[in-house]
Each structure stands twice: as C-alpha cells, then as structure tokens.
Ligand binder design. Structure first.
Ligand code: FEO
Length: 396
C-alpha cells in the first residue's frame, strides 16, 4: 500500500500481510500489517522496517517519499524479524549514517544478522536524538515484549511510536483506529494483548505508569502492527490498564475435548449451571475453536473450567496443546475446576487440577470425573458444579 502522511512530515509505510494466518501459534485470521514510519525532519529517520519478504516494495515506498534526499537514521525499536527482517536490504539501498538502537537491541540485531560492522549508535532511556528541527526521545520498554524493546516519542509532533504495544494483527486498507468497526477493533486489540502481552502484564503496567509519571505529551500512538490510534486514545489506554491489572468480569469459560461425547455432555451440563443473569458463560470445543481465540475470551474471564477424556493414560492432545499455550501466557487472577470421563483409570481431574495449580489458578472444586458415559445423576453433579462456580463468580 502506498505511503500515507499520518501527520505533517510523518509517513506510514509498511507492508499489509493479507495472507498471514499464523503468528507462532496465534491465528491471524485477518492477516496483519508491519508498520514503519518515515519522519521527514531536517534529518530523515526511518523507524523500524518490515518482514524480509516485503523488502522490495518497502524500499520502493521509502524512495517514493525520500526522492533524492538522504536517509540519515534508522531507529530500530525492536529486533524481532517482523520489524527488522528488511533491515539489511534497507541498509544496502540507503546507507544511512546511523542505526540508533539500545545496547540490547544491538546485540540482538548482531545475533540475527551476524557481523558487527554496522554503524550503530547506542541510546538509552531518556536520551534524545535531534532531527534538526525536531526531537526524538527514547524510552525503554523492556519486556514488552522483548528485553530490547524501545519506544520513541516524536516530541514536537506529539506522536508516540510504540513498537508492538497497542497493536493488533489485522490487515486493513484503513490506517486509523477510528476508521474501522469499533467492536472488531476492540476484539483484535484484546486478542493481541491476550496472546502477546498477557505474560508481561507487570511490565506493561509499569510502562503505563511511566507514561503518566513522565507526563509524556502525545495525541497519536503509532504501533508496529495494525491501526494507528488518534481520536480514541482514551479507550485503548483504559483497556490496557484493565488488562495489565488482570481485571476480570463475571464471566466463565468452559474448554473441553472429548472422545465419545461423554465429556461434551458434562461440559454442556456445567454450562447449564453457569448460565443465567449476571454471568456470561462461553463453551469451547477444542476441535472447532482455536487456542488464540479462546485466550482472548479468557483474558477477562473470572473462571476457567477444563474438561478432557483420557487417552493413553494422558489428557487429549488438543487439551495438552491448549494448556501448554495457556501456561506460557500466564493468566492470572482466575478460579478454575476440571471434569472429564475416563475408561479404567480415574485420574483425569487429578491431571487437570495439577495443570491448573501449576498455573496458579485457584481450584474452586476438586472436579468431577465419570467412568465411560455420564448418567443423569452425574450430569446433575456437573450442573451443580456450574452453579457453584457461578455463585463464586458473583460473590467476587
Ligand atoms: Fe511485532 Fe515483537 O514483533
């Protein structure tokens, strides 16, 4: 897509990856974008690049803005390959004087692209870079979400180039967050947070506090993925505050996989007990729902209930996948329970409870297991488990 001037002398350029469907296990069903920004001050500075496969069109777009003028600086806010992949090609085409980067960023770039003869200039928290008529201020944002992550404030322009934070994986021709459907925008921003930033929530919280304490002045937030925030900045800041504080709603999610529908019957009975005014409940069969969409629902849920049958003495593979993924994302401030059917060894709730406890999810109940096929009495117990968790949710 052709470059767009998002504020005077600041150009969005980047790549729209319409076909991306998987971002290391995160389902990007609507693609993504890799945003870079070219600032045409007295000095010309490019903030980040794009994935290597888009290098040619990216270089073409930089040339279309730069014309015969020289690119003075590349600011590398983040070394992950979706933002640095095209860096070697851009260096070769434009020979900027400096790559501005943190020490950790320099080390990461050298480990990605090997060799150490690039014109790095190291900066740290609070440092400034003059573009002649304009100033860039740098702020470390370590562990949101890599150790070397950095954000840049274009002080006179009042634009915060925020790197990954505040992004969304969503390919669109629109560039601003106020130009798209707001419900979908919220979902995509929440999905992005749940699947990328959730495990580093304490760092996000600290970072948000830093923005406030330092009194950074900005009226536009330009992330490295998805849409740029301007008119609805307050909403995204409010959402990030809630997510990074692990705030929950009266909501429960039931996640299960099943062999012969016994565990599915139990799941539906639990849902029946959970449902009713005041509690929002969602049911996810792992055969038809993607782990990253489930994580999005889990983000603000107060309770999570896991169900599986036993296969070869273990839990079903799709549940094992879900648990591995969930564990890495460290959901916090939840209550939980387990259920499932078994054939000859009654260990399903023990296995699932151990996983929940490892995730520091408070067990609301010891769980319910049923041999082979649940009878009416078993389903009544499942219903009661749902009711019990419902009451606990309402009491919190
Ligand atoms: Fe979008 Fe951490 O890279």
């Amino acid at each position: 897509m052709k470059p767009i001037e998002i504020k005077k002398d600041i150009f969005w350029l980047g790549a729209i990856d319409w076909n991306l469907r998987d971002f290391h296990g995160y389902s990007t069903e609507k693609g993504s974008t890799y945003n870079a920004y070219l600032v045409m001050g007295e000095k010309k500075a490019l903030f980040d690049t794009v994935k290597a496969e888009f290098a040619d069109e990216f270089i073409r777009d930089i040339k279309s803005v730069l014309g015969e003028r020289k690119l003075d600086y590349i600011i590398s806010n983040h070394a992950e390959m979706d933002h640095s992949g095209a860096l070697p090609a851009v260096m070769e085409s434009f020979h900027p004087d400096k790559i501005i980067v943190t020490k950790a960023g320099q080390d990461a770039l050298n480990r990605h692209f090997h060799g150490n003869n690039r014109p790095f200039e190291l900066i740290k928290e609070g440092d400034e870079l003059s573009l002649g008529d304009k100033t860039v201020q740098f702020y470390g944002s370590a562990m949101i979400h890599w150790p070397e992550s950095m954000i840049s404030l274009l002080r006179e322009y009042r634009v915060l180039i925020s790197n990954d934070i505040f992004g969304q994986h969503w390919a669109t021709s629109e560039r601003f967050a106020d130009e798209v459907d707001q419900g979908e925008l919220h979902w995509q921003a929440a999905k992005y947070y749940a699947n990328i930033f959730l495990p580093t929530s304490p760092a996000v919280k600290k970072f948000l506090e830093k923005l406030e304490v330092k009194g950074l002045q900005y009226d536009m937030v330009a992330p490295d993925h998805g849409l740029i925030w301007r008119n609805n900045l307050t909403e995204i800041m409010k959402a990030y505050k809630a997510w990074s504080n692990w705030e929950t709603k009266p909501k429960a999610i039931v996640i299960y996989d099943t062999m012969w529908e016994s565990t599915a019957k139990m799941a539906r009975a639990i849902m029946h007990g959970l449902s009713g005014e005041g509690v929002s409940a969602r049911l996810f069969d792992l055969r038809t729902n993607h782990r990253s969409d489930i994580m999005t629902e889990l983000l603000d849920a107060r309770a999570v209930i896991l169900g599986s049958s036993i296969l070869n003495s273990g839990i079903l593979p799709k549940m094992a996948d879900m648990i591995t993924y969930m564990k890495g994302l460290r959901p916090t401030n939840k209550i939980g329970a387990s259920f499932g059917s078994y054939g000859w060894k009654n260990t399903i709730t023990k296995m699932l409870n151990e996983q929940l406890e490892e995730m520091k999810i408070e067990l609301a109940d010891e769980g319910i297991s049923v041999q082979y096929v649940p009878e009416e009495n078993d389903l009544r117990k499942c219903f009661e488990l749902g009711q019990k968790i419902r009451n606990m949710i309402l009491a919190k």
